[in-house]
Design a protein around this ligand. Structure first.
Ligand code: FES
Length: 111
């Protein structure tokens, strides 16, 4: 069964931006809010050289990595275009105005 963690409200995430959360023992998670208020969560590491995706520019449902400008699809974590690589995604949902993310397996193992 999925263990959901409440990380705040939509208003806590800048539109076309991200905030980061630390979940016990796991990697830093970047939670993105798009211009149309969809929310996605990814490990905060670019598949290229681990750039901090949370500091990238969100456009549509993608983020441009701040280091070398790879475009990463927020839904799948996959690099777009000619670049290849994939960042792990984390399930996220909105419920009663709150943002909930699934506790990553790696954090469960460390707990
Ligand atoms: S580290 Fe993200 S594009 Fe190079």
């Amino acid at each position: 069964m999925t263990d959901w963690i409440d990380i705040g409200t939509l208003a806590d995430i800048p539109q076309r931006g991200a905030r980061t959360v630390q979940i016990g023992g796991g990697k830093e998670i970047a939670v993105f809010r798009t211009g149309d208020d969809h929310v996605f969560a990814l490990v905060n590491e670019c598949p290229h050289k681990k750039g901090p995706l949370s500091q990238g520019i969100v456009h549509g449902h993608s983020v441009a990595c701040p280091l070398h400008n790879w475009n990463i699809a927020l839904k799948t974590g996959e690099a777009q275009g000619e670049d290849t690589g994939c960042t792990p995604t984390i399930a996220v949902k909105q419920e009663d105005g709150r943002i909930l993310i699934a506790r990553p397996q790696m954090a469960q193992a460390a707990a």
